[in-house]
Design a protein around this ligand. Structure first.
Ligand SMILES: N[C@@H](CCC(=O)N[C@@H](CS)C(=O)NCC(=O)O)C(=O)O
Length: 228
């Protein structure tokens, strides 16, 4: 049985969507990152990077959301493009683009605009503009075709969906006007029954909601090194 290590946040959301779309049986294992559960020794043997999502499947252990999506797609043979070097190369390009562009820039945009102890205009501007630039590229792709790789729904659409659900948080309330094709894609995927089941997982456990000093300590441990 697959064990899916989960917190209700954008990267685990991609995996929840895939598992629900594929109808794979899985056990949901909560990792309450605001309580520091990502640093428990037993979790670090599964994800040494101390983040969610992670997954075990028999003797296989996989971490990092985009790697997990590829693992599940290859395991099931579902939500993949055609098996040609060209189609696979294009799929990997977009998967890496989401992994190295969308995720990190959205994450840092949220961090510097909302959570950093100082408001640093240079950092706020840099990450907000870079997050927007990356979403502009996704929007242009979705302006040409229904889904990220063409007319078929694939793992790349699931990968994009994870952070698209938090776009107002990452790039502000006007995101839907700036990125109408992303909005159309988000709305279509969010209406799928599998997406609704994936979103409902957040209610399966009472995750800590307070963003208090304890949560900040666990989510931003590097701040302990800041000189006052
Ligand atoms: N590159 C990783 C990033 C994972 C990540 O940042 N996960 C967040 C939730 S979206 C997390 O676990 N944060 C808790 C922490 O940073 O301690 C992936 O795509 O899975």
């Amino acid at each position: 049985m697959i064990k899916f290590y989960y917190h209700p946040s954008p990267n685990p959301a991609k995996i929840a969507l895939f598992l629900e779309e594929a109808g794979l049986p899985y056990e949901l294992v909560p990792v309450d990152t605001r309580k520091g559960e990502q640093f428990k020794p037993e979790f670090l043997t599964i994800n040494p990077n101390a983040k969610t999502p992670a997954l075990t499947d028999g003797d296989a252990t996989i971490f990092d959301s985009n790697a997990i999506l590829l693992y599940l797609a290859e395991k099931t043979g579902q939500f993949l493009p055609e098996n040609t070097p060209k189609a696979r190369g294009e799929m990997l390009s977009w998967l890496m683009f989401v992994a190295t562009g969308i995720g990190p820039y959205c994450g840092q945009a949220v961090h510097f605009s909302r959570f950093a102890p100082e408001k640093i205009p240079y950092a706020i501007n840099r990450y907000a503009r870079e997050a927007e630039r990356h979403w502009g590229i996704i929007d242009a792709q979705l302006g040409k075709q229904r889904y990220m790789l063409g007319e078929a729904y694939t793992l790349i659409d699931m990968s994009v969906w994870g952070w698209a659900t938090r776009l107002s948080f990452a790039v502000g309330d006007e995101w839907a006007t700036k990125f109408p094709n992303v909005k159309r894609h988000l709305d279509e995927i969010s209406a799928r029954p599998a997406a609704q089941r994936a979103v409902a997982l957040k209610d399966a456990f009472a995750f800590k909601a307070d963003f208090d000093d304890e949560a900040r300590k666990f989510l931003f441990p590097q701040n302990a090194h800041l000189v006052a």
